[in-house]
Write a new protein. Sequence first.
Length: 193
Amino acid sequence: MSGWELVGVVFGFTYLVLAIRQNIWCWLAAALSELIFVGVMFDAQLYMESGLRIFYLIMAAYGWYNWHFGDEGRLPVTRWRFRQHAIAIASIGVLLLISGSLLSRYTDAVFPYWDSLTTWSAMFATWLVARKVLENWYYWLVIDAVSVWLYVERSLMFIAALYLVYLIMIVFGYFAWKRSMYEGSATTAGSAA
């Protein structure tokens, strides 16, 4: 699978570069990457990750739609309140305990709790990206750090390398989106005056 893994990595890298630039074509690159990664993850016995990739496919369509039609074709970057994040993190914790327990009891999944943690967290963080919520980058920092370890353990070295690059790119993504958010609010304030 390493040939397919490498092709998926190229599309995955393309996705993040375009997402940082808030280019709508990031969602096509994401869809192509995830089509490939469904099989790669299933083959590595990371079943939650495999299911996550199907969710990513759905979110690629949602993200494209939301970025294209949201706020008249220009969806602004926004922030969430602490309470919203606290509820989200608690929900992720409950879901990971349930799915981790089920996977460890009824499947041959490796690292069922870690697999569940990255999966549920990534589902939420992807939704934040599609909604252009700035804090998505914080979640990705944690998710991708854990994912690097998970992929190395399953000998998915190309994907692990991609996620190492993601860890660096997250910093650039955060500051690019933050700058965009403040430029958007300055433009809005200037046009209101």
